[in-house]
Design a protein around this ligand. Structure first.
Ligand code: CUA
Length: 172
């Protein structure tokens, strides 16, 4: 069968593109340690009040003898709770695990200037762990269209020196 050489060129190019796209996905998951939100952590979005999301905020936990923090965040039209009305305050150089879910619609939770970025899906709990290496503030932006005020949905994370971390703001 005769295939015109231009035809051959485009056929080959399409295979190269497919290989390139697959490689970018593999690179993202392997080299950049991306994760998809697992379906193992499901939650009833109508009943968050009975969970730790019902009392969202920063909690102190001890894991392997180390003091760490857990942050439960609800993303709601059109705010992060906590994050918008008051910043999420965490200490520097400390492991912090975020748990994020949404009671209403799909939102995003993107810590600007970092690779911390997840969807907040009703019925699912997104989780990531990080250590903030420097004292500074970070903006949180919603990067999934969630309604008419999507563009103003933003929050703040305040990373403070360990000596200035105010434990009176912790939730039980
Ligand atoms: Cu929340 Cu866009």
């Amino acid at each position: 069968m005769h295939i015109h050489k231009f035809e051959q060129f485009w056929i080959k190019l399409s295979f190269v593109l497919i290989a390139f796209f697959v490689a970018t996905v593999v690179y993202g998951f392997v080299a950049m340690d991306l994760k998809v939100i697992g379906d193992h952590a499901t939650i009833d979005p109508q009943n968050l009040a009975d969970t730790k999301f019902g009392n969202p905020g920063v909690r102190e936990v001890t894991r392997n003898g180390q003091t760490e923090y857990e942050v439960y965040v609800q993303t709601i039209q059109f705010a992060f709770n906590p994050g918008t009305a008051q910043p999420i305050e965490v200490p520097v150089d400390t492991r912090v695990t975020f748990y994020i879910t949404s009671p209403d619609v799909l939102h995003g939770f993107d810590v600007a200037g970092t690779n911390l970025n997840t969807m907040a899906i009703p019925g699912q709990v997104a989780k990531f762990t990080t250590i903030f290496p420097e004292v500074r503030e970070y903006g949180i932006v919603c990067n999934e269209y969630c309604g008419p005020a999507h563009h103003v949905m933003e929050g703040k994370i305040k990373v403070v020196p360990k000596s200035e971390f105010d434990k009176s703001n912790l939730v039980e």
